[in-house]
Ligand binder design. Structure first.
Ligand code: ADE
Length: 421
């Protein structure tokens, strides 16, 4: 039977999609260098890769790289609203990658597409939110036996995978790509910081300067959103449940409050906690007229939308693209992008230059997993330091930034414990 080319919205969208992919590629020099090496050496020859990621031009360049390495690749979306249909079309038409993703697909189609990727019996999977791994530990356990390793791109996914491992449930090795410094320090912080505000501004056209912005969660993503909002002139408040992170936010100069107080104070709320119902009925009740709420965490559970719906007398859908108005008593609360990742649903996700590092790390981890083969221990592996160092060094080189080297005397000093005051 001929292999499926996927299921996308419209193949005729390919020409602008290709332009976007190649434009993003200019800003992905590290990935592009790896692609050249993969093209020559074919380290992924004979490997089937199934990826469930945001279907963006940056992801397209990762898929091209894996294919250049000799892998057979299939891609589905990790979120129903983040797919760029023209990118999907070009991946199929111009780069021969089967894609199963349609922007706005319903839950049933979303899962049909995940299953279609698993129909190809991948040896390596790449997840952004652990959806493929979940299926491989549930309805698709038969396919799990052939999986050499799986890579996880996001904080939420890594938390789930670590929980599975702690319960002895993990059926194959996984690599916590999210936890690599070359990933979260840059992608989660600067990528989420910029793209979240980009999504908010595209959806609403609000002025950030002077805006009372409440950032819920001070993990790497929250740190990024808070610092970018402050850079835009907003008055930023942080909410946290972790005393250390809260303390860090205080010392970074942010106002820190419990949500019970922040709710009535803020004008724009951004959830980035990875947890559910961070904004709920008790908070909506306190919010000001005109409050804007949005989420940049992986799942759409951070804002309790059913509760907001229940307490609203009316919902005016799409008063602007990606903006719904909820009428609660005499006030309006505006929800962006259905509470889904606002940076990908209302904008185009993180810029290519930061995804360059995340996806270079992904590509090198795929190569590492293949090298390990069946010897790879079933656990959650950290990305090796050698891969992190290679990605960082290549990125610096591409930016024209040079750094110092230790002198032999300094090497000796660092290795000794006898030299002191
Ligand atoms: N996650 C956040 N931004 C992204 C992007 N541009 N491409 C793929 N995944 C992403």
């Amino acid at each position: 039977m001929a292999k499926s080319k996927g299921d996308i919205t419209d193949i005729k969208l390919a020409p602008p999609g290709k332009k976007r992919i190649l434009f993003a590629d200019r800003d992905m020099p590290v990935l592009s260098l790896i692609r050249d090496r993969f093209e020559a050496k074919k380290p992924l020859k004979g490997i089937r890769i199934g990826a469930c990621m945001h279907v963006t031009s940056e992801t397209a360049n990762l898929m091209r790289t894996l294919k250049a390495g000799g892998a057979e690749v299939a891609l589905c979306a990790s979120n129903p609203l983040s797919t760029q249909d023209e990118t999907a079309a070009s991946l199929v038409a111009d780069f021969g990658v089967p894609v199963f993703a349609r922007r706005g697909e319903n839950v049933e189609t979303f899962y049909k597409h995940l299953n279609a990727v698993l129909d190809n019996s991948p040896n390596i999977t790449m997840d952004d939110g652990a959806d493929l791994v979940n299926l491989l530990h549930g309805k698709r356990q038969k396919e799990a036996a052939g999986v050499l390793a799986s890579m996880e791109e996001t904080t939420t996914g890594v938390i789930r995978l670590r929980a599975m491992h702690a319960h002895n449930e993990l059926k194959f090795p996984v690599i916590a790509v999210n936890d690599a410094t070359t990933k979260h320090l840059f992608d989660n912080r600067y990528g989420t910081g910029q793209s979240t505000l980009d999504g908010v501004v595209r959806a609403t056209d609000i002025l950030l300067a002077g805006k009372k912005v409440v950032v819920c969660g001070y993990g790497w993503c929250g740190r990024g959103v808070a610092s970018r909002a402050r850079g835009g002139g907003a008055q930023v408040t942080v909410t946290e449940i972790d005393p250390l992170k809260a303390l860090e936010a205080v010392m970074d100069g942010f106002d820190v409050k419990p949500m019970s107080e922040a709710a009535g104070y803020g004008e724009l709320f951004v959830t980035v906690t990875g947890n559910k119902h961070v904004l709920r009925a008790e908070h909506f009740k306190k919010m000001k007229h005109g409050a804007i709420v949005c989420n940049s965490g992986h799942f759409d559970v951070e804002i309790d939308i059913p509760a907001l719906e229940k307490m609203s007398s009316k919902v005016n859908k799409q008063i602007r693209v990606n903006v719904d108005e909820y009428i609660v008593g005499k006030k309006s609360i505006y929800l962006l992008a259905d509470g889904r990742l606002v940076n990908l649903a209302a904008a185009t996700g993180h810029p290519a230059s930061v995804m360059d590092m995340s996806f270079a790390t992904q590509a090198l981890c795929a190569e590492w997993a293949v090298k390990n083969g069946k010897k790879f221990k079933i656990e959650v592996h950290d990305v090796p330091k050698a891969i992190e160092d290679e990605v960082a060094a290549l990125k610096l080189k591409s930016m024209g930034v040079k750094i110092d080297k230790l002198t032999p005397d300094q090497v000796k000093y660092l290795a000794s414990y006898s030299e002191g005051t």
